[in-house]
Design a protein around this ligand. Sequence first.
Ligand code: RB5
Length: 147
Amino acid sequence: MTNKHKLIPLASDHGGFEMKSFLAEKLRAAGYEVVDFGTNSPESVDYPDMIHPLADAIAYGKYPLGVIMCGSGNGAQLAANKHKGVRAALCWDVELARLAREHNDANILSLPGRFISFELAWEMVQVFLNTDFEGGRHEQRVKKIEI
Ligand code: RB5
């Protein structure tokens, strides 16, 4: 793995807490530095409380890419996409994670913590972090997303 982006922010609610812990360990072992926006236990919390701070940091350019999780990945993605400049993609396989970068220039990967294996999530994270936006015809489409 190339460690293109070294500093990786992660955030989840309780539904993604276990997956986040797993991914944080994998990322650190692979040489990344993890910035953990919580949650820090399996206790029930409201996903916007962790997701908004991470999405805000992406929106103002502190980190180029981030990874978020909740049980389904839906709530996390919905909250993140409220931030101007954030493009959070809900993905559940490797090819979707690749396309989210290549075609949509997604800057946040949203994962369904209760619906895919942690190993698959790790594969997806590696692909997401190491795939470039293709630009070209996708550039004008992505530019039209913001309203
Ligand atoms: C929490 O039980 C669950 O609703 C949450 O993790 C997420 O799936 C929401 O979209």
